[in-house]
Design a protein around this ligand. Structure first.
Ligand code: TYC
Length: 101
């Protein structure tokens, strides 16, 4: 049965608000960015502790990519820009991407 009709029958209204969509920031491996730089990025830009930062960096290094975190669109897009700006400044090819959850 149609959801709205069913809701009416039950005396409910269709919810008009929903949680904001979430996006994953995915870090990509490369052969040139130093491990230390990746760890620094994870600590400074993503507020990971050293242990988490090392774990994520090694996971990306071994598997080719890995999830750094899940954010709303604006935050995710800003993180990606910040990573690319820091990488560019330090002449590393480090890349990250956003994907919908
Ligand atoms: N593969 C790099 C190295 O061996 C380290 C690295 C890890 C680079 C994670 C990017 O997202 C990355 N120096």
């Amino acid at each position: 049965m149609d959801g709205k009709i069913l809701n009416k029958l039950k005396g409910k209204t269709t919810p008009k608000i929903k949680e904001p969509d979430e996006f994953r920031v995915i870090l990509l491996n490369d052969d040139y960015t130093t491990m230390d730089f990746v760890v620094e990025v994870l600590v400074v830009l993503f507020h990971k502790d050293l242990e988490d930062a090392n774990r994520i960096m090694l996971d990306v290094h071994k598997k080719g990519k890995g999830i750094v975190g899940q954010y709303t669109w604006d935050i995710a897009a800003t993180k990606v820009e910040q990573v690319h700006a820091a990488a560019r400044e330090n002449e590393f090819p480090l890349r990250c991407i956003v994907e919908p959850v």
